[in-house]
Design a protein around this ligand. Sequence first.
Ligand SMILES: *[C@@H]1O[C@H](CO)[C@@H](O)[C@H](O)[C@H]1NC(C)=O
Ligand SMILES: *[C@@H]1O[C@H](CO)[C@@H](O)[C@H](O)[C@H]1NC(C)=O
Length: 369
Amino acid sequence: MLSVNALLVALTAFSALSSAAPSPINTPLHVPLTRRASTRRSTNSTVTMDRFSKAADFIRQKYGFISTAEFQRRQSSTGFAITNQGADTSYFGTINIGTPSQSFDVVLDTGSSDLWLAGSQCTQCPTGTPEFDTSASSSIQTSSDQVQINYGSGSVIGNLAKDTVSMGDFTVSDQTMLVVDQMTSGLVDGSIAGIMGLAFQTIASTGAVPFWQALINNNQFSSPEMSVFLTRFLDDAQATDEEPGGILTFGGTNSTLFSGDIDFQDFPSGSTASYWLQSISAITVNGNTVTPSSSEALAAIDTGTTLIAGPSDAVANIWSQVEGSQALSGQMAGFFSYPCNTNVSVAFSFGGQSWSINPDDMKDRKSVV
Ligand SMILES: *[C@@H]1O[C@H](CO)[C@@H](O)[C@H](O)[C@H]1NC(C)=O
Ligand SMILES: *[C@@H]1O[C@H](CO)[C@@H](O)[C@H](O)[C@H]1NC(C)=O
């Protein structure tokens, strides 16, 4: 093991030297290979391998085979403070793009997979939307390829571009994104400049590997995990437009933010990684079981959607269990109301466990009449 590792280190250094030399070298290049006497200092092979892999990294770094950012940030887990905008309407975080970097607030959306930002050519973005000035970035690679991304709440059109994107110390040097020049109204608000999709590449309209997947592919996470803790201000009449939104953790979980065990689930059989899907096996309302609308009720766990939505018949089944509930009409068609003094307990079963929704999450105090 030892000699193989030592040899790999030496080969790495040698190939780096030969390919990094642009000018012709007439004399043979001699690379002195020195070996420390104390290579067997540790009897723990993991520690030894770790030392060699670090040494190899130093050589890669020295000869320009690894960027400083990648070198400094290998395999970690970091929590990012996020912001709750509009009493649980959007949860956003801050990313940095380009060289020198420009900082933007983006919606953190597990229900989509593209990264887009309003560009400085945006003619239909809401007044005050921060815009990415691509001409100010020396690392941008622009393209004339146009892409449209459709969301439940609107759409954007723009051009594909690649640039360095980072969140804290996590960096992807060639992240594909859409620089948007047309946007339907109401899609983003306030300081938000775009959306960062946290679902899988398969559903990306740009076709690009999403930022979080690129970080995993680049081996930047200590564990291939991402976790999110969201705050609730729906029931707080004093809430301002921006409140602390919780924590997004890349590369692991934060045990101070949950209790009990994590229930890891495979994707439902027959479905590929697309949205963060679960198959709902049962729904209970105030202790009574109601049936999902079909035998295969797939649900997406989506941080970018404000409401819990379902097929009309399944939603009607839920409210039929709540005394005094009423289907609303007109602009509120599809919604239901119920008496203020009632607590509604809804639980969804997936993966062999039942997950209950806090009754306070069912109530919108601002809509109380
Ligand atoms: C974990 O969450 C706590 C809040 O309960 C926070 O103070 C802490 O910084 C978080 N840890 C990390 C590593 O982000
Ligand atoms: C509903 O739950 C709240 C706590 O969230 C409690 O204070 C209240 O008494 C409950 N109301 C009813 C009618 O059970």
